[in-house]
Design a protein around this ligand. Structure first.
Ligand code: NAD
Ligand code: UDP
Length: 348
């Protein structure tokens, strides 16, 4: 249904990270309900391919920009979603300083933009704020078990700092900020080579190559289909009044990585083998969201079962791999990397 702003007009919504996996589905949904959408992305882990079908849409605009840099938008903004951040462990660890700066400087820039426009703000946080959790399932009042000096810290601590910025701006009455804590999400438009478990299992399975499982495969995750996540993000952004607390968004079904691998193997022809490799440092052992708060505040819960969502995802990857290699909207890291100006390594 068309949402109108205080001026009685259709809303203008900025989606930072809108060319990414989740962001591109969010852009689709917002356009679908009548909003105008401005997508800001550096393409560091996303792809122009994800939003290419939208580029001729009269209510869609694309800005190539790193959010660590100052950003101004002329037209009035009603809402800002900040999804800009590498999300897969290999990708966010590839340039950890940039990941941390994206979370802190990038979120700071976008909060300042929201303040100037009087726009509501949604910060995509993560189940990683709970680290390798000592409490299970994870409720929002659990404060987490994060190694602040480990290889995941750039993301975990970056997202925790971003949450702190949001709640400080909210308490100060400066920005109407909202914080969903997103648990593992999957679906069409995941990058084939992003290193996340769902793509890392489906792509070799479709090519008849062995699947790689880290550790014993008994670690667990809870997998949410992307359309369910997007409806939760929009519900939290539109909720009045602002709940003033973080909200877990995820599917409470919990599966071991071995179970996930077996499900995917059963969905593709042939029978690929499994290779076990060492577990990466600080890899969380168990993860499952308690979504009581989302149920109560947003009347939200996932509707897509893992078996159902995996079928669509496997189909999408099969079609996508059968086509020519995806064009990557390429901007070189050195060109885009804000650490070049903010925290450049010493030369010489
Ligand atoms: P993604 O990598 O597909 O999308 C992130 C997008 O942000 C990409 O298009 C990337 O190019 C862009 N980006 C990254 N750094 C940027 C910067 N400095 N400036 C401008 N653009 C930048 O990842 P995703 O899975 O779509 O995740 C979206 C958001 O949701 C992220 O913030 C992530 O932390 C959060 N999240 C995702 C999951 C998940 O399972 N997908 C889980 C928890 C949290
Ligand atoms: N994993 C795996 N094989 C892979 C990729 C990941 O066994 O090819 C494991 C990883 O060690 C973790 C789980 O799958 O225990 C989920 O990993 P992912 O990178 O998707 O996200 P995380 O939830 O750890 O951020």
């Amino acid at each position: 249904m068309l949402q109108v702003n205080r001026r009685g007009k259709a809303k203008t919504v900025l989606v930072a990270g809108g060319a990414g996996f989740v962001g591109s589905h969010l852009c689709d949904a917002l356009l679908g309900r009548g909003d105008s959408v401005i997508c800001v992305d550096s393409y560091i882990t996303g792809s122009l391919d994800n939003v290419r079908p939208l580029t001729n849409h009269p209510r869609f605009r694309l800005i190539e920009k790193d959010v660590c840099q100052f950003l101004e938008i002329e037209e009035p903004l009603d809402q800002i979603y900040n999804l800009a951040c590498a999300a897969s462990p290999p990708q966010y660890q590839a340039d950890p300083v940039h990941t941390m700066m994206t979370c802190v400087a990038g979120t700071g820039n976008l909060l300042a933009l929201a303040e100037r426009h009087g726009a509501s703000f949604l910060q995509a946080s993560t189940s990683e704020v709970y680290g390798d959790p000592a409490e299970h399932p994870q409720r929002e009042d659990y404060r987490g078990n994060v190694n602040c000096t480990g290889p995941r810290a750039c993301y975990d601590e970056g997202k925790r700092a971003a949450e702190a910025l949001c709640f400080d701006m909210l308490r100060a009455g400066r920005v109407d900020a909202r914080v969903p804590r997103i648990f593992n999400t999957y679906g069409p438009r995941m990058q084939a080579n992003d290193g996340r478990i769902v793509s890392n299992l489906i792509v070799p399975a479709l090519s008849g190559k062995p699947l790689t499982i880290y550790g014993s495969g008994t670690q667990t995750r809870s997998f949410c289909y992307v359309s369910d996540l997007v409806s939760g993000l929009i519900a939290l952004m539109d909720l009045r009044p602002n709940p003033g607390v973080p909200v877990n968004l995820g599917n409470p079904g919990e599966f071991t990585i071995n179970e996930l691998a077996q499900m995917i193997r059963s969905m593709v022809p042939g029978r690929t083998g499994i290779v076990y490799k060492p577990l990466p440092k600080d890899d969380p052992q168990r993860r499952r969201p308690d979504i009581s708060r989302a149920r109560e505040l947003l009347d939200w819960q996932p509707t897509v079962q893992l078996s159902e969502g995996l079928v669509s995802t496997v189909e999408w990857f099969a079609n996508s791999l059968a086509r020519r290699p995806r064009r990557q909207a390429t901007a070189s890291r050195s060109h885009l990397n804000p650490t070049a100006s903010l925290m450049a390594p010493a030369q010489g």
